[in-house]
Design a binder for this molecule. Structure first.
Ligand code: DGL
Length: 273
């Protein structure tokens, strides 16, 4: 008799990576939507931040990490970092045999659903905004929307320092968000892993009529569709395990990571190239 495929499922883990701890905001959505799946998360905390680095470096790091995770037999890879998705997703898709999902296209799709005026802002790191990746993706996925980008250097550092709503962060937000306020957007894509943590401050500055869109939930939904299309879901009875690898200090990752993800951050292992 043939084994019931649904009972067995595909127990291989899903690989998720980011420049550091920020991608855990995407992993939160993945775990919530796909509670039976196991995950391996790689945070490149030794080389974070990627945002201000040259695109060639971010590409090199992204290839290194995705190859490392592919060798661990992950069934799907999630590039949870906006900066890496912006400069490396195309190259990774060509290079790897493992299917890979980035965070930019899901963010654009979510914005397309949310906007009424068609005027959409996107904020991200300098690397993400300068790459033009959001504009290129929107031209294909949602050509009807007008996209206005603004880089927000400094936001990541505030979040990592645990400061998400001080007077200083408000003042910085008022300055950095001025271009998207002036452009009268009705929807703002939080195009960086860390920005959902600043949602309240950003919303205060943007005003109550602007919808904030985070790509995390939409990315998780894309992964779920991919698992269904390839019939590679884990079984409903499987006990999910989560493993965390960091190129930096394991204790720092665990401390900071639990603020982004929650209690699932355990079993943090160090990794050196
Ligand atoms: N993970 C990065 C992103 O989403 C933010 C942090 C960094 O600059 O490395 O763009």
């Amino acid at each position: 008799m043939q084994a019931d495929k649904n009972a067995v499922g595909d127990p291989r883990p899903i690989g998720v990576f980011d420049s550091g701890v920020g991608g855990l905001t995407v992993m939160r959505s993945l775990i919530d939507l796909l509670p039976n799946e196991s995950f391996i998360y790689f945070g490149d905390t030794a080389r974070t931040p990627y945002g201000p680095k040259p695109a060639a470096d971010v590409l090199k790091f992204s290839i290194q990490i995705s190859e490392l995770l592919a060798e661990r037999d992950v069934k799907v890879l999630v590039d949870a970092c906006n900066t890496s998705t912006a400069v490396a997703l195309e190259a990774l898709t060509e290079r790897l045999n493992t299917p890979i999902v980035g965070v930019i296209e899901p963010g654009i799709r979510a914005a397309r659903e949310a906007t009424r005026s068609g005027r959409v802002g996107v904020i991200g790191t300098v690397g993400t905004i300068e790459s033009g990746a959001y504009e290129r993706t929107a031209a294909v996925v949602a050509p009807e929307i007008a996209l206005i980008g603004a880089a927000c250097p400094g936001f990541v550092e505030f979040v990592e320092a645990g400061d998400i709503d001080s007077h200083q962060v408000h003042v910085l937000a008022q300055r950095l968000l001025a271009p998207v306020i002036e452009a009268e957007v009705d929807t703002l894509v939080l195009g960086c892993t860390h920005y959902p943590m600043l949602a309240r401050t950003i919303s205060d500055v943007m005003g109550p009529d602007v919808v904030l869109v985070s790509s995390a939930d939409e990315t998780a939904f894309s992964v779920s569709l991919m698992l269904a299309a390839d019939d590679i879901h884990a079984s409903k009875n499987s006990a999910a395990t989560h493993e965390f690898l960091t190129s930096g200090n394991t204790a720092t990752f665990a401390e900071l990571g639990s603020r982004f993800l929650g209690p699932e951050v355990e079993q943090v292992k160090g990794w050196s190239w």
